[in-house]
Design a protein around this ligand. Sequence first.
Ligand code: IMP
Length: 222
Amino acid sequence: MNPIVWFLTGNEGKLNEAESHLSKLGYIVKQLVVNDDQLFEPQASNLEVVAMSKITQALNHLPQEFTERDMILVEDAGLFISALDGFPGVYSSYVHSTIGNLGIIRLLNHLKTADPVSSANLRSARFMAVAALWRAGEVIIGEGVCPGHIADEPVDGNGFGFDPIFVPYDLDDELTPLSPGIYGSHSTHGKTFGAVDFSVKQKFSHRRRALENLFSQLPSAS
Ligand code: IMP
């Protein structure tokens, strides 16, 4: 029987992304469901502190089927906008549920300058993810980044959260992100994550990168 990774998340999008990546590595991913009112997200200054808090909380809510071989996965991500000194960052969840995607765009529109070059730079942003895995009492951390920019208007369809307003920079053959304006062999052609297929987002995804970084520290499951 392959090892089970219990992923503490209420977000179907995150669950699908983890499932898609980890099943290829031989892991079974199951959702660890805990009522929202039994969990809290600390207002910490970095994603790793939030992820470690989620591990501690998950350990108090293990499912009955949990065995000694099983692992717990948590993940915390955020959108970091350069011109806003990294805001909303660790406050992404709150900002998304209050001002939302349109609010972010309005905020950036206020920052527009007359110079088209610096005006484009004002929209640069990155998704960052920290994944933490509890395994036999030890915690392993993985990090992933996806650089890109904020679109002029939301383009919806697939995905969740800030996907409708985030356009990733192109990637080269090795899936390494390129600088803004450089064409790569992998591109959303200026489309937001919300406007491309799930499989396309996976190539760019900060979450996929964090999981890859984390699971590369473990022996293979199969
Ligand atoms: P958390 O990791 O669930 O705390 O995410 C913080 C906020 O960022 C939430 O509003 C998420 O919807 C959003 N977010 C996290 N990852 C992504 C992503 O891959 N795409 C779009 N929004 C995301």
